[in-house]
Design a protein. Structure first.
Length: 265
């Protein structure tokens, strides 16, 4: 079985050509990276961009932690934490607790790696391409790094165990790793699927499913008393930022591959 990517792989989402950058910021980014890609090749340029991106993601995580601490001191958005937990306590029912626990396990240290592995294996075999494997490893690795650094930087305590639904978790609370990983893994999977879907309805359903998965994952973490709502909110924003960077890096790789083919033609 050959895993060579087709020449025209992934260039379009519907009628939109991903190798054409229409915004000034996009064209500026292409100009900045093009010389590097011509010098060391598109794949190495992509790797370099992702390394820089990981540095930016780490900085964003630390900055988010600093901003969060400042907000807590001023009783800003953190004032939402207690009301959100109280609302969750009022909503709890035995059947809903069981359903939320089962769902949140999908984003845990066992469930999420299994989901990610199944998704990447299926996409790699169906597409006969290593692109899904590379993107998933990079995306998941960055997500894990942001989770670990964020928890170490803040060391925030979770809600008291008396408010949590078992099984209990003892690691630091900020940010929510379940939520962050759900955003990134479901987002990359959706992106890879959308690249090969020709129907607008199929693309819309795929994106909606990914958004709902990440959104509900965050809600279950608050509902079960395993995280504060601000832990989840920051995880959503960090996950979206990292996801956008990985997708942008992939678009740049496609752009420079296409540019080199046009020069040879």
């Amino acid at each position: 079985m050959s895993f060579q990517d087709p020449e025209n792989e992934d260039h379009h989402v519907g009628t939109r050509d991903l190798t054409r950058w229409t915004t000034p910021l996009g064209r500026f980014l292409v100009t900045c990276v093009r010389s590097v890609a011509q010098w060391i090749g598109p794949r190495w340029a992509l790797l370099l961009l992702l390394v820089v991106g990981i540095g930016a993601a780490v900085s964003l995580t630390v900055a988010s932690a600093e901003v969060y601490e400042a907000v807590v001191e001023e009783d800003g958005i953190a004032a939402l934490d207690r009301p959100a937990l109280n609302a969750a306590l009022e909503l709890r029912e035995p059947w809903l607790n069981g359903a939320a626990t089962a769902f949140t396990h999908l984003g845990g240290p066992i469930g999420m790696p299994i989901l990610a592995t199944c998704a990447v294996l299926a996409l790699t075999l169906v597409r006969r391409s290593v692109t899904p494997l590379i993107l998933m490893v990079v995306a998941a690795g960055g997500s894990l790094l942001m989770t670990v650094l964020g928890k170490d930087a803040i060391g925030r305590l979770r809600p008291d165990l008396q408010y949590a639904v078992p099984p209990f978790e003892m690691s630091p609370s900020f940010p929510s790793g379940h939520t962050l990983n759900a955003v990134v893994i479901s987002g990359i999977t959706a992106y890879l699927l959308v690249l090969r879907q020709h129907s607008k309805r199929a693309r819309a359903l795929t994106i909606t499913a990914a958004v709902l998965f990440a959104f509900i994952m965050g809600l279950t973490r608050v509902y079960l008393g395993h995280h504060w709502v601000t832990d989840v909110a920051v995880a959503w924003t960090l996950g979206l930022a990292w996801l956008a960077l990985v997708i942008t890096a992939h678009r740049l790789l496609l752009t420079f591959r296409n540019y080199r083919r046009e020069r040879r033609a």
